[in-house]
Design a protein around this ligand. Structure first.
Ligand SMILES: Nc1ncnc2c1ncn2[C@@H]1O[C@H](COP(=O)(O)OP(=O)(O)OP(=O)(O)O)[C@@H](O)[C@H]1O
Length: 330
């Protein structure tokens, strides 16, 4: 059975339009004007047990709204979904015990209490057996290196420390599905790495299924094999991470180190982005790399060479751009 099945899931928000000025505000009291925002537009996908899927899209694409529908916080305007076999917006106890939603921008712990007190509250709410609670808490505080901080009020913690506590709270009841909305937002690379490691370890030991939104491609590369891209409410790509690089990363970066100074005329092969002493870097069409290397090796002595895929940021930006162009043209 699929863990998530979204079938034509749609959400339209009705947004009140305020008029300008005092007169406009008074008029608005009598005749309210609304605009409809189609935040999610017939989204369809399946996620199988144990998958770690990145849910990507530009700001306002509809990611958070989709996650909110899948966790039952928001009622859809159309379509259907099954999450862990349940209709999420029915919010049954059995459903809520099996998943967790972590939102990097929202605080779910009690601000004035130590995290340890919130953890105890979770234990009560989810009826977690005492020994299982102690074991899971011990493992998680060790992986995230926050054992000493659990007795300190949450408001006194740094952003990174607080996010680690949020993650612990979310994992205490051993959810089968984790929905993560920007879990590393605003964190430095070390804290980001710690969150990624915790998620990987947890996935490996428990086989949890994850759907994660992030604007940091480092999270995506570290955690996910599959990518779902959404733009203006619609899924525009669903497939392997490597597939997206092949499909949209049309040019590779060829880095050359010549035995002598880098020669003139490399422009014939592609866009020369660096030429400095013996070093040259050229963006070359994927299909032309082999021929280019052959030609250069024939004519010059090479000390070192590497061929790299473009950075994921660049590839994803292209996917967003193409999706926007085809949406505007439609
Ligand atoms: N409660 C709401 N009322 C009205 N409109 C909303 C509401 N929540 C979201 N929207 C609109 O729905 C669209 C999708 O928003 P959503 O938060 O789902 O996007 P997102 O992909 O998560 O964006 P981001 O990457 O910026 O977090 C946006 O145009 C947003 O303005």
């Amino acid at each position: 059975m699929a863990i998530i099945e979204a079938d034509g899931l749609t959400k339209t928000y009705r947004v009140f339009q305020k008029r300008e000025g005092v007169l406009g505000a008074i008029r608005g009291l009598y005749r309210r004007e609304y605009r409809e925002v189609r935040a999610v537009d017939e989204v369809r996908f399946r996620i199988e047990p144990g998958e770690m899927v990145a849910f990507l899209g530009p700001n306002g694409a509809g990611k958070t709204t989709t996650l909110k529908m899948l966790s039952g916080l928001v009622y859809p305007s159309g379509g259907d979904a099954r999450v862990l076999g349940f209709v999420p917006w029915e919010r049954t106890d059995a459903f809520r015990r099996q998943f967790a939603l972590v939102m990097g921008q929202k605080n779910q712990l009690w601000w004035d209490l130590p995290a340890a007190d919130s953890f105890q509250l979770h234990r009560e709410i989810y009826s977690i057996p005492a020994d299982q609670f102690r074991k899971t808490l011990g493992e998680l505080t060790e992986i995230l290196d926050v054992g000493k901080l659990t007795r300190q009020a949450v408001r006194e913690l740094s952003l990174g420390e607080r996010m680690k506590m949020e993650l612990i709270a979310a994992l205490l009841h051993s959810p089968r599905l984790l929905l993560l909305d920007e879990p590393t937002i605003g964190l430095d690379v070390v804290a980001q790495g710690a969150i990624q490691k915790c998620l990987l370890d947890y996935h490996e030991s428990r086989g949890v299924t994850m759907l994660l939104t992030s604007h940091y491609m480092r999270d995506v590369e570290a955690l996910c094999d599959r990518v779902l891209v959404i733009n203006q409410g619609r899924v525009v790509y669903d497939g392997d991470l490597s597939g997206i690089i092949e499909k949209f990363g049309e040019r590779k970066l060829v880095k050359l180190q010549f035995a002598g100074p880098a020669p003139e005329g490399l422009e014939q092969f592609g866009e020369v982005v660096r030429r400095e002493g013996p070093f040259a870097e050229i963006k070359v069409d994927r299909s032309a790399v082999a021929a280019m290397l052959g030609a250069v090796l024939d004519r010059h002595e090479i000390a070192d060479v590497s061929v790299e895929d473009p950075p994921l940021e660049e590839v994803i930006a292209r996917v967003f751009e193409e999706a926007k162009l085809s949406h505007d043209a439609a």
